[in-house]
Design a protein. Structure first.
Length: 426
């Protein structure tokens, strides 16, 4: 039986594995390394975060992004966006150097067992571990507007479903959303000759400012410090003091997690969208129906007829070949489908539906640790970005070591209705 099973091999999973290996834990790591970045982002995209805020984490900080850039002879500098392809390659380099061998098979089920957990791989092998770190990224949490549910996946997809946009050349595509994923997807589509429009519920598009120089007068730095989430003391608190954030009242944390760092486009996308892409602000899709080439509704349709409603309540019809929903992710407990029903239903959740986590990222089920987006309600907006992996990995591995010393209950957790946990003090 292993000390730790890490499920997921993205930035969080690889960082946790690096810290766990350095701590001398026996572990297994499962997942396709950097899968989201390799398989679910089209070529031509860039990281929104600054390069220095995009490091995977190892205890000695030896395997940073700038070190990788130096070895490749590539510039990695503040204010210069990093291509997604380069970041994915950096993650693979990190995995080769800082992490024990990664098993690329998918874990399909995790169940509690006496003394720990059983994980089952896609080909049926069982692996047992005393603790589990679940770092499954964002893909289990894809969110598509209700009005588009039930429409053929040939006509509606999520922005994270594409490693290439080539299939849309010469077509009419409607992108739903007003954040970076929507705006950059629309820019890439327009640049390859696709007719594209953006539908956004907001009354305006927000754009991030060009970052100030790294070196600047001390009084400017004091007034608005750099941070992994942008300039300003509020962003600095969110990105650099996740442990302090954890101590805020649960209601405050939930509000910040929902509202902070709302949809916005990167400064380097703005000129590629404004005046180039049709943008319908204050609009949302309220109905969708497949249509044949003759214009009649039918299953297996070739086009999509959208009913779009504006802020005034007036509707208009839009016919399009495809809708890409760049509408984000909703990280709730119920979407952790690889957990057995017994384990999933026993996890305590906070009001937004995400699982409750303690101060060392342990869920309410002893020995089950969570990382990444699913912990944003507990530790703040940084958990939505690579930057949060550094705090998470060191803190979570300390929690794993503590749990191994105290022992794992092996499933002797009372049902949620008979169990009270203060998610702030735990």
């Amino acid at each position: 039986m292993f000390d730790l099973l890490v499920v997921g091999a993205g930035p969080y999973g690889l960082s946790i594995a690096s810290h766990a290996a350095a701590a001398g834990l026996s572990l297994r790591v499962f997942g396709r390394p950097m899968a989201s970045w390799r398989d679910h982002m089209p070529r031509g995209m860039f990281l929104k975060s600054e390069p220095w805020a995009s490091n995977l984490s190892d205890p000695a900080a030896r395997w940073r992004l700038d070190v990788y850039g130096e070895k490749r002879g590539v510039s990695v500098r503040h204010g210069e966006p990093i291509p997604v392809e380069m970041f994915a390659e950096y993650g693979l380099w990190f995995a080769r150097n800082a992490v024990p061998e990664v098993d690329e098979r998918t874990i399909v089920r995790i169940s509690p067992r006496p003394g720990g957990f059983e994980a089952v791989t896609e080909d049926g092998e069982s692996v047992h571990a005393r603790t589990v770190a679940l770092a499954v990224g964002v893909m289990p949490f894809v969110e598509i507007p209700a009005a588009l549910h039930g429409v053929s996946p040939g006509l509606v997809t999520h922005s994270s479903h594409h490693s290439s946009l080539d299939r849309f050349r010469g077509q009419d595509v409607t992108v739903v959303g007003g954040g970076q994923a929507a705006l950059e997807t629309a820019a890439l589509l327009a640049e390859q000759g696709t007719k594209v429009r953006v539908l956004a519920r907001a009354g305006r598009l927000d754009w991030n400012d060009v970052p100030p120089p790294w070196e600047r007068p001390w009084w400017q730095s004091l007034r608005s410090p750099h941070s992994g989430l942008g300039c300003g003391w509020r962003n600095w608190f969110y990105s650099e003091r996740a442990g302090w954030y954890r101590r805020l009242p649960q209601e405050t944390r939930a509000r910040i997690a929902a509202d902070a760092l709302g949809p916005a486009g990167a400064w380097w996308v703005r000129d590629r969208v404004e005046g180039v892409v049709e943008v319908l602000l204050g609009h949302e899709v309220t109905a969708a129906e497949g249509k044949s080439a003759t214009g009649l509704p039918r299953p297996g349709a070739e086009k999509l007829a959208l009913t779009v409603t504006g802020a005034s309540g007036r509707t208009r019809a839009i016919e399009t070949d495809h809708v890409i929903a760049a509408t984000g992710f909703k990280a709730t407990r119920d979407r952790l489908a690889l957990l057995s029903p017994e384990l999933r239903s026993a996890l305590l959740a906070v009001p937004d539906g995400s699982p409750s986590v303690g101060r060392e990222f342990e869920s309410s089920w002893p020995g089950l640790f969570l990382a990444g987006l699913v912990t944003a309600s507990g530790f703040g907006p940084a958990m939505r970005f690579v930057h949060g992996a550094t705090f998470t990995s060191g803190t979570l591995v300390r929690g794993v070591r503590r749990r191994l010393r105290t022992g794992v209950s092996g499933g002797a957790v009372p049902a949620p209705g008979r169990r009270t946990v203060d998610p702030v003090r735990r």
